[in-house]
Design a protein around this ligand. Sequence first.
Ligand code: SF4
Length: 375
Amino acid sequence: MSFYDEISKIDLDKFRDVVDSRTDKDVERALSKRDPLDVYDYAALISEKARKHYLKEMAHMSMQLTRKRFGRTVSMYLPLYLTNLCTNKCRYCGFSSANKFKRTVLTLEEIKEECVAINKLGYENILLVTGESDRRGGMDYFRQVLPIVKEHAAYLQMEVQPLATEDYAELKTLGLDAVSVYQETYHPGCYKENHLAGKKMDMRWRMETPDRLGQAGIDKVGIGALLGLYDWKVDLCAVAMHVLYMREHYWKTRISVSFPRLRPAAGGFEPQYPVNDAKMVQLICAWRIFDPELDLTISTRESAEFRDLIIPLGITAVSAGSSTEPGGYAHKGQNLAQWEINDSRSVEEVVKALELNHLQAVFHDASTTYFKAIA
Ligand code: SF4
């Protein structure tokens, strides 16, 4: 039975009441529990009671757990946008097929140029990003692209359309290390409302992707929800359930969680459920306390000031100097970007800011360094 099968049995909207009804005692129980936390503990950690009465304690605990598990290292990665071509129509995204603009698919030569530019910035941890298009940005393309990028990447990640188990297994032989596939929202009604055309309309296919990645033996799987699309209490409890499910079924797979907030993009979509900064701080601490092993990622969607505040609390992977435009490292300003960058500092500036917080930037996947840091 897949995660989709399991979660389909639940009325997810009930999580709203679960979060709202948590008491101080529930929060205290979650904070002092020695056994692994469950989704009710997670609900307590993201509740109003936790924010009002326990945020300081949560921040302290989150920092301690992060340093204990990950040392003082923060993994640096950079997204490489291969194409802004997409056959889907997601209401919140600049690459939606509803938006009319010139589409680009990088050639192999252009990808090499991008990789060289990325390496010059110091990065060896590269995240390949595409819109979704089987015809021009599918497996045939990836088979040619991965060997080129792998020459420039010690750790190779992808955030592309969901693929079949055998495709992931094949890409693993070409050097693929990690895949992120965010569900955007776990709520069936909201999912249907926001995904108007294309393969992404198939909620089951998308939600079962982490299962297929686990079965294909991919080292790390990134999951998460797009904050602002639906009620965060509901979606985040669903993500917590997904983490627990992945732990139980694919114990060899490392899990990373991301919590992107909706950013302005072409098409002018306005988030219905905005999440403010204070809530984001609480959410990051809640994730760390919920599962001390989780990789927690924050992108340049967030502002410089906010990133400097939250990274020491529990974040383990960040991007800096990013471009969300295909070809944007070697030839800036020629194609449409997916969303606006909020932290536009240079890599050096971000590294310096990390050092001021006594953190060390690591430009390949930091998993091996963590162990050295702990020893
Ligand atoms: S979110 Fe992804 S699938 Fe949807 S329109 Fe944007 S690029 Fe395409």
